[in-house]
Design a protein. Structure first.
Length: 297
């Protein structure tokens, strides 16, 4: 089943349209807005259509006990210090919003709680991402649905029945579903890319792929299997501090990925068997039996 297309701002996403490539910045900015701007520049240079961040109210998403847990980081000695240090607020997102508008690239974010949905609404983001971790959070799904904006649903660490339940809540209109495996980095044998086709057969909406593996060839395979959106984490340097850096792609790799996606799309063609013009002189030279008119009526 090839689902209907979804329009995000001026980008049409779905079968027959160019693959929508998103650079997942997430928390790879390490709490520094200047690093975030450098990552946006890298995504633009690579040819991506959008960049994605994440937004959560730390005190709503995590328990007091979890925030108080000891965890050393550049921001302090507790898990709460880390989570708050990585979280951008209104000032940082105002800078990001202005920069992306100036540079002509879309930005959006995954929201982990209802308060963050309202926060992102204030910036007029063109769509909302629902992370794999939030797929079973019914209240959040309904809040996102009520915005009326296009939604992107990641499906890692979920059964097909859990995905079906989420889709029943969200509806398939203006929905893009992403196959993903939520390990960082993901082993190749755990990618199970054929789930892309399973989702295509199950749901009448565009299906994409969010990858956390090392390497690029598997993302290209996802495009061949029909993924209409590719999302990969972007980092300035995989050796940087941070939990997601090792599962990310560096700028030069992202540029190669976008280039190769466009080549694969061109090579896939329309599926109609025909003689291309450049074959005609080769055919005339190499065919030993001249073409005969058909006698069939």
């Amino acid at each position: 089943m090839l689902g209907a297309s979804v329009k995000i701002a001026d980008q049409q996403i779905g079968f027959g349209n160019p693959c929508f490539v998103v650079a997942e910045i997430g928390i790879n900015h390490n709490g520094d807005v200047e690093t975030a701007l450098r990552l946006i520049d890298a995504a633009i240079s690579a040819g991506c259509q959008a960049v994605k961040f994440q937004k959560r109210d730390v005190d709503l998403v995590y328990s007091r006990e979890d925030l108080g847990r000891l965890r050393e980081s550049p921001f302090g000695s507790t898990n709460g210090d880390l989570k708050r240090g990585l979280e951008f607020g209104e000032n940082e997102y105002t800078v990001i919003d202005n920069y992306c508008r100036q540079k002509g690239i879309l930005w959006f974010a995954s929201c982990w709680d209802e308060k963050s949905v309202a926060f992102l609404e204030s910036f007029g983001t063109p769509c909302f991402k629902i992370s794999s971790a939030c797929l079973t959070h019914d209240d959040l799904l309904l809040r996102c649905r009520d915005t009326g904006r296009p939604l992107i649903l990641s499906t890692g660490m979920s059964t097909l029945e859990q995905v079906r339940h989420a889709v029943r809540l969200l509806g398939t209109h203006n929905l893009i579903i992403l196959h993903t495996t939520s390990t960082y980095p993901t082993k190749v044998e755990d990618l199970n890319l054929r789930v892309i086709q399973t989702l295509q057969n199950e749901f009448p909406c565009p299906i994409g792929y969010s990858g956390h593996e090392v390497g690029l060839q598997t993302s290209l395979a996802a495009v061949v299997l029909g993924a209409c959106m590719i999302e990969r984490h972007l980092t300035l340097d995989r050796a940087m501090w941070g939990s997601d850096q090792a599962a990310s792609v560096e700028p030069h790799g992202l540029a190669r990925l976008v280039r190769d996606i466009r080549s694969v799309e061109l090579a896939l063609g329309d599926g109609i068997k025909r003689i291309v013009p450049d074959e005609i002189p080769v055919m005339q030279k190499l065919r030993r039996t001249p073409e005969k008119p058909s006698n069939q009526h």
